[in-house]
Write a protein that binds this ligand. Structure first.
Ligand SMILES: Cc1cc2nc3c(=O)[nH]c(=O)nc-3n(C[C@H](O)[C@H](O)[C@H](O)COP(=O)(O)OP(=O)(O)OC[C@H]3O[C@@H](n4cnc5c(N)ncnc54)[C@H](O)[C@@H]3O)c2cc1C
Length: 454
């Protein structure tokens, strides 16, 4: 029984948003039925993305639809609003939201609430590198992962069909910036896929491709520890991947990647995975932020000094009460996001019922990373694994974590099928422009080509 009727607004339908809403709808079943509580989830996409599977989706081992969880199906007792919160006035308990319909009508909607869960996650930390905005490719969404897969195969097709060595060389040069798990896994999986695909080209060999990882610090994969990071560098170099530590991308203007060590690589592919920053929506609220722009939260996942506001995940600065050093914050990763969501959901229910709140305490247990088919690296509770065992553990771990039995079954079926049959190496880049052929046939101009010449 809650003390007062409450309208709960969850901003974000990712890890924190979805798991918090799931927890709330389970714990507040009776209250929802009696109409004492209402849960609204505002998020730009009707699905939650299981981001750790994006590298495998890019490699074609998992279909894009199985990397996402349909929110309407799992959040049957919540109102799911597809839209973006553009600002929040917590003092007035309102959020300004742009939905597809309101954008068409040229106005935004005002959503009132009593309790706010703010979980918009993070965005890519893009630096002012010349050419990055024009040519850089991100790797945070399922659209980007599939777009990158299509792009890589398309580059192989370009290289195969040109007689110009400069075009061929640029097409076969792939530069990844940032050596965290997103960058390393994406590069590892895509290189592996492209190496396999090369066997079906009469004039492109795996050795013709240049794969380059650029990392500003002196190590990669800090998540798996220093030893495993060094092992990963050795493994990648053995695969002929250039790992350039202590090096920065200074420019990619004119499709030439210029590095801080003076090297220049003409390339059509610059993938930017050099870290994340808190979502800009946070700055459009009247809530307290850290100097790095994260939402200032307590270990109970309330917003510091603010009633009826909650935060967790990549967007929130949550004290790590398990750390020896005071002032340490929990890292922005899925491991914390999922667990914080559960505590946040429970605490919100406690608050509505006038009960004491729990403290979030989780000591980081380690990480697993895949470096391509049958290749991996892991460090879990001090135990280190390499190669096939690490890759196998990566799959078992993520299969146990991906939400819903439906998704687990589909992903497992895909893995089994891809083990029995050959890998998929087709590029469906034209899916991104489904009307192009019809527009040409109808005598119009190609949307992307004002001259209508292609
Ligand atoms: C490629 C990749 C691989 C990763 N692999 C791992 C891994 O192996 N292990 C690990 O622990 N972590 C991993 N992570 C990190 C992990 O995915 C994040 O830490 C986690 O998603 C954070 O959860 P979140 O809910 O804070 O943000 P998200 O899951 O990103 O959710 C944010 C949600 O808010 C929505 N949103 C954005 N703007 C608005 C708005 N204005 N209004 C409403 N909604 C909005 C977004 O669409 C999204 O649904 C990986 C990340 C990436 C990109």
């Amino acid at each position: 029984m809650v003390k007062e009727r409450a309208r709960i607004l969850v901003v974000g339908g990712g890890y924190v948003g979805m798991y918090t809403a799931l927890r709330l709808q389970r714990k507040l079943k009776a209250e929802l039925r009696r109409g004492e509580v209402e849960i609204t989830v505002v998020t730009p996409d009707p699905y939650m993305t299981y981001q750790p599977f994006l590298p495998e989706a890019a490699a074609g081992s998992i279909s894009p639809r199985h990397v996402v969880v349909p929110l309407r199906r799992v959040l049957g007792h919540c109102h799911v609003v597809i839209g973006e919160a553009t600002s929040i006035d917590h003092a007035a308990r309102t959020a300004t939201v742009t939905t597809l319909a309101s954008a068409d009508a040229g106005r935004a909607e005002l959503l009132g609430y009593d309790e706010l869960v703010l979980a918009p996650g993070s965005v890519a930390r893009a630096l002012p590198v010349p050419g990055l905005a024009e040519y850089g490719i991100g790797f945070k969404t399922v659209e980007e992962a599939i777009g990158l897969r299509n792009h890589v195969i398309e580059q192989m097709d370009i290289a195969s069909s040109t007689r110009d060595p400069a075009i061929r060389d640029a097409a076969l040069t792939f530069v990844f910036v940032g050596g965290g798990y997103a960058g390393v896994e994406a590069l590892g999986e895509l290189e592996d896929m492209a190496r396999y695909a090369a066997r079906y080209y009469h004039n492109v060999r795996a050795e013709d491709m240049k794969w380059i990882l650029v990392e500003a610090s002196d190590r990669i994969l800090p998540e798996v520890g220093a030893d495993m990071g060094r092992y990963t560098v050795t493994q990648l170099r053995r695969r002929n991947i250039q790992v350039l530590l202590g090096t920065r991308l200074e420019s990619c203007a004119g499709r030439v990647a210029v590095l801080s060590d003076g090297q220049r690589f003409p390339t059509r592919t610059v993938v930017w995975t050099a870290g994340v920053r808190p979502h800009p929506l946070l700055a459009a609220t009247d809530l307290p932020l850290t100097d790095r722009g994260r939402l200032r939260c307590t270990a109970q996942l309330t917003v510091e000094g603010t009633a009826h506001a909650w935060g967790a995940g990549d967007a929130a600065a949550v004290p790590d009460v398990t750390a020896a050093e005071p002032g340490t914050l929990t890292a922005p990763n899925a491991q914390h996001a999922v667990r914080q969501a559960r505590v946040l959901g429970d605490n919100l229910v406690h608050a509505l019922r006038g009960e004491p709140l729990e403290t979030y305490a989780h000591a980081y247990t380690g990480s697993v990373a895949s470096l391509g088919l049958h290749k991996g690296v892991a460090q879990v509770r001090g135990r280190r694994l390499k190669g096939y065992p690490a890759w196998f553990m990566h799959r078992v771990y993520h299969l146990s974590r991906v939400p819903t039995v439906n998704r687990k079954a589909r992903v497992l079926a895909e893995w089994i099928l891809s083990g029995l049959f050959k890998r998929e190496i087709v590029s469906l880049g034209s899916l991104e422009h489904p009307r192009a052929e019809f527009e040409l046939a109808a005598g119009g101009k190609h949307l992307d080509d004002p001259k209508g010449s292609s």
